[in-house]
Write a protein that binds this ligand. Structure first.
Ligand code: BES
Ligand code: ZN
Ligand code: ZN
Length: 523
């Protein structure tokens, strides 16, 4: 069975020196200054914390940690000290880092009950609600485990984490942050679970079932198009990729109509959903081919975003479009040199069947525009190895035809700690896609591979405000899926919703995504 949300979060205004719990987490600055909660523990504990700091047990550098397995007179079993760095440099990004470091340290200690006194720290321009929200996300992320296929699980059951707020008067703001944090964390868990699933489980039909589950019992709508309907739409490029596999393709559409005007032009997000990319006839090398199960990470991210948008009840119209298929070699597979006709009417000479993502996406982009007339169109894809070379695993590649949108997305990346960085779409690159036989080729040669891939997509974005996010380097690591760029996209959508209709509030708590996923597997 699949992963449960690993943490049960709450807020408390209880005093740190009165907590009868497994762990209490408090901070210390690089100067040796203890946080307010740490001072309280120190007072009650015969000055033990100050003594440990004085003797060099922890230097207070940002993100350093020290476990005190015993502090005299305190009712808690252990204290985890976390370094806060320089007090004057302690901003939002530093706060997030401290929460991540504490979460990572705790993850190795198998806790059952923890009280965290980090939201009490002063962070300029950040509300208590924000600090609670970010703590929830960071601890949920750090304690995430993907163990559905392990006969012996490491995680023992849900961890209870209470987040300490300064006083009773702050509990309400804390609760609001808690709800928002839970919604986002649940989206991230869904994204990571889906992306981590192997290709034999997470097929195009599996993704379609998950989408259906997401919409069930809500006001959202799921629309699943099968192979015949995809053919009726004349999506020749998408179908050409899918034809090599016995797994039938699906075009998955999810709609959330949250704006006051249900007819307001939506934000449409398009996600690459290649559930396994062997390269097709242009077969990939065997080494690390298993990582191509992550080639649906764009789709997974959008399912997570959608789940969070539902839970947050964001007042905007959002559509998610996912073309899902496999890219395998077979007797029926697409050949290098084949020419296909896209839904837009443009023809493509397929010179490399491993450049398949753009073939799915070009038809999905045309569909998104024709059916939904989007205000903004953003596609998210593990599109090119070249983007990994350019930006590594630090920033996702951002390609965009509107300067204002570039700024908004970069800002959303900075604010959420899930960064994107702009790459050029200069006209001069377009000629690399010239083909002697068709309107364009699907590859543009060795140079500037991530840019020519984006240029290819730009031919199908037309005049719509459009951005393409290449997440090939950021969506996964050796240890598994990262959940990127869910936080960036949610930050962007929240900002956009707020700009248009004032701040949003979370409604029902986000459900556990595990049941949802597992039910789909059984179908
Ligand atoms: N799914 C891959 C891109 C990829 C590579 C994602 C590494 C994550 C890590 C994509 O379909 C692909 O194979 N692209 C080719 C394009 C080339 C043939 C022009 C690539 O990047 O090698
Ligand atoms: Zn490929
Ligand atoms: Zn691919």
């Amino acid at each position: 069975m699949l992963n449960k949300l690993a943490v049960d979060f709450s807020v408390t205004s209880g005093r740190p020196d009165k907590q009868r719990t497994d762990f209490v987490v408090v901070g210390v600055y690089e100067s040796g200054k203890l946080s307010v909660a740490a001072c309280a523990l120190n007072r009650e504990g015969d000055g033990a914390l100050a003594e440990v700091v004085k003797r060099g047990g922890i230097d207070g550098k940002l993100g350093s940690t020290l476990l005190l397995p015993y502090v005299p007179k305190l009712p808690c079993s252990r204290v985890l000290l976390v370094g806060l760095g320089k007090e004057k440099d302690f901003h939002g990004a530093e706060y997030r880092k401290v929460c991540q470091a504490a979460g990572t340290a705790l993850a190795g200690l198998k806790p059952t009950e923890v009280v965290v006194y980090l939201p009490e720290l002063y962070v300029r321009d950040r509300s208590l609600g924000w600090k609670v929200e970010q703590a929830v996300i960071a601890f949920s992320e750090a304690l995430y485990r993907f163990e559905p296929f392990k006969s012996r699980r490491e995680s023992t059951g849900p961890v209870r984490i209470a987040l300490g707020v300064p006083g009773r008067g702050e509990l309400k703001d804390g609760e609001t942050g808690l709800e928002r944090g839970r919604a986002i964390a649940a989206g991230l868990v869904l994204t990571r679970d889906l992306a981590n699933l192997p290709g034999n489980i997470c097929t195009p039909s599996y993704l379609a079932d998950v989408a259906q589950q997401l919409a069930e019992g809500t006001e959202s709508q799921a629309d699943i198009l099968d192979e015949t309907q995809i053919a009726e739409l004349k999506m020749g490029a998408f179908l050409a990729v899918a034809q090599g596999s016995v797994q039938p393709p699906r075009l998955i559409v999810l709609e959330h109509r949250g704006a006051a005007d249900p007819d307001e032009a939506p934000v449409v997000l398009v996600g690459k959903g290649v559930t396994f990319d062997a390269g097709g006839i242009s077969l990939k090398p065997a080494a690390d081919m298993d990582a191509m199960k992550y080639d649906m990470a764009g789709a997974a991210a959008l399912f997570g975003v959608f789940r969070a948008v539902q839970a947050l009840a964001l007042p905007l119209n959002l559509v998610v479009v996912v073309p899902a298929c496999e890219n395998l070699p077979s007797g029926q597979a697409l050949r290098p040199g084949d020419i296909v006709t896209t839904m837009s009417g443009q023809t493509i000479e397929v010179l490399n069947t491993d450049a398949e993502g753009r073939l799915l996406l070009c038809d999905a982009l045309t569909y998104a525009q024709q059916r939904f007339k989007p205000a903004v169109l953003i596609d998210v894809a593990t599109l090119t190895g070249a983007c990994v070379v350019a930006l590594g695993n630090v920033a996702s590649g951002l390609f965009c035809n509107k300067q204002a949108l570039v700024r908004e997305l970069i800002a959303a990346g900075e604010d959420s700690g899930d960064r994107v960085w702009p790459m050029p779409l200069f006209d001069e690159y377009q000629k690399q896609l010239d083909s002697p036989f068709a309107d364009l080729a699907n590859i543009g040669g060795k140079a500037a591979g991530s840019i020519t891939a984006a240029c290819f997509l730009s031919r199908f974005a037309g005049e719509t405000d459009w951005a393409h996010l290449d997440i090939a380097g950021t969506a996964s690591r050796k240890e598994g899926a990262t959940g990127r760029p869910v936080r960036m996209l949610l930050q962007y959508l929240q900002q956009r919703a707020e700009r248009r209709s004032g701040p949003a509030r979370a409604t029902a708590p986000a459900e556990d995504s595990a049941a949802l996923l597992w039910e789909s597997a059984g179908r």
